[in-house]
Design a protein around this ligand. Structure first.
Ligand code: MN
Length: 215
């Protein structure tokens, strides 16, 4: 079987499309350099392991999607597990991140998503406040997520580095990147301002679609 490398998905809009909330230079570096590096490092880790030892079936690790790799990290050889955790995580997280943003996003969700948010958090405003609060308290680098558990319940959680909620059995519905590389050029140390402005570019249609994915 042919080895299939992981690839960087194109940004679904122009670098400056999310201005003034996220600046073009941040988007360009974030996608073209940071996300690209996660993809390249993931491929390099898989290649190094395949060429070093798995002579009989060197392609087996390449048959798995990045999502499968992080859902079952214990199946990944120990030698490259940390590399895969960080870089497959970075790849999956950012692939979702570009899709759940959009220029001129609706200001709030509609339909089933809005109902579920109101049921779980009281109101859309309370949901936003809790999401921002959890994001603000993430010490160092990481993400804040709206997730769905196996029973279909919604919750807000935070992960460190590039860890993805899938590794803990959750389905990530939406997430915001609170690594400094996501906002520092424009917002400097003002993470709270970035978090507040970010709601202007949320793609609620895509978030609604993700809500309906089976966990
Ligand atoms: Mn990032």
């Amino acid at each position: 079987m042919e080895k299939k490398l992981h690839t960087l998905p194109p940004l679904p809009y122009a670098y400056d499309a999310l201005e003034p909330y996220i600046d073009a230079e941040t988007m360009k570096i974030h996608h073209d350099k940071h996300h690209a590096a996660y993809v390249n490092n993931l491929n390099a880790a898989l290649e190094s392991f395949a060429s070093a030892q798995d002579k009989k079936n060197p392609t087996s690790l390449f048959e798995k999607s990045a999502e499968d790799l992080i859902r079952n990290l214990n199946d990944v050889p120990e030698e490259i597990r940390t590399m895969v955790r960080n870089n497959a995580g970075g790849h999956v997280n950012h692939s979702m991140f570009w899709e759940i943003m959009v220029p001129q996003g609706d200001k709030q969700p509609k339909g089933k998503l809005l109902e579920e948010i109101q049921k779980s958090f009281g109101s859309f405003e309370e949901f936003q406040n809790k999401f921002n609060d959890v994001a603000l308290k993430r010490f160092g680098s990481g993400w804040v997520w709206l997730v769905k558990d196996k029973e279909g319940r919604l919750d807000i959680i935070s992960t460190q580095n590039q860890d993805n909620p899938m590794a803990e059995g959750y389905l990530p519905i939406m997430g915001n990147d609170v690594w400094e590389h996501a906002y520092y050029l424009k917002y400097k140390n003002m993470r709270a301002d970035y978090l507040k402005n970010w709601w202007n570019v949320v793609n609620w249609q895509e978030v609604n679609r993700r809500l309906n994915i089976k966990n």
